[in-house]
Design a protein around this ligand. Structure first.
Ligand SMILES: N[C@@H](CCC(=O)N[C@@H](CS)C(=O)NCC(=O)O)C(=O)O
Length: 82
C-alpha cells in the first residue's frame, strides 16, 4: 500500500492507523504545490487534490479519511484473525 500524505495534515490519522495496525506501507509526501516527493502531479492520483489517498495493491485509490480509516481497521482485523 502507498499512503499519500502531507506533513501535519489530516492524513496523519491514516498514517498513525497504518502504523498501529502493523500494516506495511510506503509513504509518499505531497507538497502544497500538489507534487509528490517522487515528482508526480498528485492530481493524477486524487483529482480532488486532497490528502490522504491510499493506493491499494491492485492500484485502486481510496480517498476520504473515514473510508481509509475503516479500510485499515477492516484489513487489520483480517490480519489479526489469521
Ligand atoms: N474530505 C476529505 C478532506 C481532506 C482534506 O481536507 N485534506 C486537506 C488536508 S487536512 C488537504 O489535502 N488540503 C489540501 C488543499 O486544500 O489544497 C477527507 O476527509 O479526507
Amino acid at each position: 500500500m502507498i499512503l499519500y500524505a502531507a506533513p501535519g495534515a489530516c492524513s496523519q490519522a491514516s498514517h498513525i492507523a497504518l502504523i498501529e495496525a502493523h500494516i506495511p506501507y510506503k509513504l509518499v509526501k505531497v507538497g502544497r504545490d500538489k507534487k509528490t516527493d517522487d515528482g508526480r502531479d498528485f492530481k493524477t492520483i486524487n483529482p480532488k487534490g486532497y490528502t490522504p489517498a491510499l493506493e491499494l495493491h491492485d492500484g485502486t485509490i481510496l480517498t476520504e479519511s473515514l473510508a481509509i480509516l475503516i479500510y485499515i481497521a477492516e484489513t487489520s482485523g483480517k490480519l489479526l484473525a489469521k
